[in-house]
Design a protein around this ligand. Structure first.
Ligand SMILES: [Zn+2]
Length: 385
């Protein structure tokens, strides 16, 4: 039986440069930013005066009226109405996340030179033959380095920090699940600063510190930029080079994360990780935590597991995993700098991360069996009803 699932996927393509036509896209991107900032200012002022929040519907109506009836904002019409609505929805989304305490801060103003984008739904674009797309009145070419599959839901035109333009197609794609290769293996992993991951067998997975490695080069090009006078083309060029270097660092890191996630999903069926308190770790260890990008790795591994029919199990951070003996279950205090676990009760000596990974795997396995029992109980009760 071939089993297929629907996944949301993004295809990203670079647009060919054409200064003459690109300016139209840059202008629309700038307008999207202006609309965002305008609406954000409105929300802030409204809140100061009344203590309330403008609902999305009202905000959309207000902005639509500004576009239609005022001379001053008539140029906003250069950006399609769907794209304008999308900008307001994104702002609303940011606020909703803040209200639900999913985000720590309300949305911030966008800087005009920052990377930015606008999104089109059904209207405003048309895919032409080959590698061409019509956006508004103009036809653009993009580097079609891979075939696109699925149904296109939205198209986002994005400008990155190095001022390059990209097309992002968000599609819904039906993928056939690969023939279920079950390994029957469950694994526990502990994150660490020295070794990125340690599994329950004591195997270590190292992650490159991509930012750290690029640091010397970044300092050189940064100082070169600082020597150029303000407002000159040379300074702008130097700034672009810095931005490109940062983007390359992030690309390399993401690529390595995908590779590792695929390797782990090939070797194991159930992958257990600990829920990390990233903010606290950042305060303790600083830049290195950001460079390792644990959070990004977790979301990648979850995605890859989903597509490959594997499972990721996240253990609650209240579960004791570091100071607990994986052999006899004895719990003892453990300092951060202690790299080996030495059990006071049974005398077990094991690497700190290895010991934790075993505990994480056990916690995951018991959560797994609990859930299986629960679902089995549910099934039997359902059949009784
Ligand atoms: Zn012990």
């Amino acid at each position: 039986m071939v089993h297929s699932i629907e996944v949301r996927k993004t295809y990203k393509y670079r647009l060919y440069r054409c200064d003459k036509r690109d300016q139209h896209l840059h202008r629309q991107i700038n307008i999207a930013g202006t609309v965002f900032n305008h609406a954000l200012a409105l929300q802030k002022r409204y809140y100061r005066l009344t203590g309330n929040y403008i609902p999305l519907g009202q905000l959309k109506a207000h902005v639509a009226k500004l576009r239609r009836e005022t001379e001053r904002y008539a140029y906003w019409k250069q950006l399609g109405s769907q794209a304008v609505q999308d900008v307001l929805e994104r702002l609303d989304d940011g606020y909703q996340r803040f209200f639900k305490q999913l985000a720590k801060r309300p949305p911030k103003y966008k800087k005009m030179r920052q990377r930015q984008s606008f999104t089109l739904k059904q209207a405003g674009y048309k895919l032409l033959d080959g590698n061409q797309i019509k956006i508004g009145r103009y036809v653009y070419k993009f580097v079609k380095h891979r075939e696109m599959h699925g149904t296109v839901k939205t198209v986002t035109i994005k400008r990155d920090a190095a001022h390059r333009l990209w097309l992002l197609f968000s599609v819904v794609e039906e993928i056939d699940m690969p023939k279920q290769v079950t390994t029957g293996q469950i694994a526990g992993f502990d994150f660490g600063l020295k070794t990125f991951l340690t599994d329950h067998n004591g195997k270590q997975y190292i992650s490159g510190l991509y930012h750290l490695h690029a640091l010397r080069r970044l300092r050189v090009i940064q100082s070169r930029k600082d020597k150029k006078p303000h407002g000159t083309n040379n300074r702008k060029k130097a700034a672009k080079l810095i931005a490109r270097t940062h983007i390359r660092v992030a690309d390399k890191r993401r690529d390595a994360h995908y590779k590792l996630a695929h390797d782990l999903c090939a070797a194991f069926d159930v992958l257990c990780f600990e829920d990390l308190k990233i903010d606290g770790m950042k305060r303790l260890w600083g830049r290195k935590v950001s460079d390792l990008a644990f959070t990004q790795f977790m979301s990648i591994v979850k995605h890859v597991a989903n597509v490959r029919g594997k499972e990721v199990c996240v253990i609650s951070r209240w579960e004791r995993t570091t100071g607990k003996c994986s052999c006899c279950g004895h719990v003892q205090a453990m300092e951060l700098r202690e790299r080996t676990f030495h059990c006071d009760s049974c005398g077990l000596i094991l690497d700190r991360d290895h010991n934790a990974a075993i505990n994480i795997m056990r916690a995951g396995a018991s959560a797994q069996t609990n859930r299986e029992t629960v679902s089995r109980v549910r099934e039997t009760t359902r059949s009784l009803v």
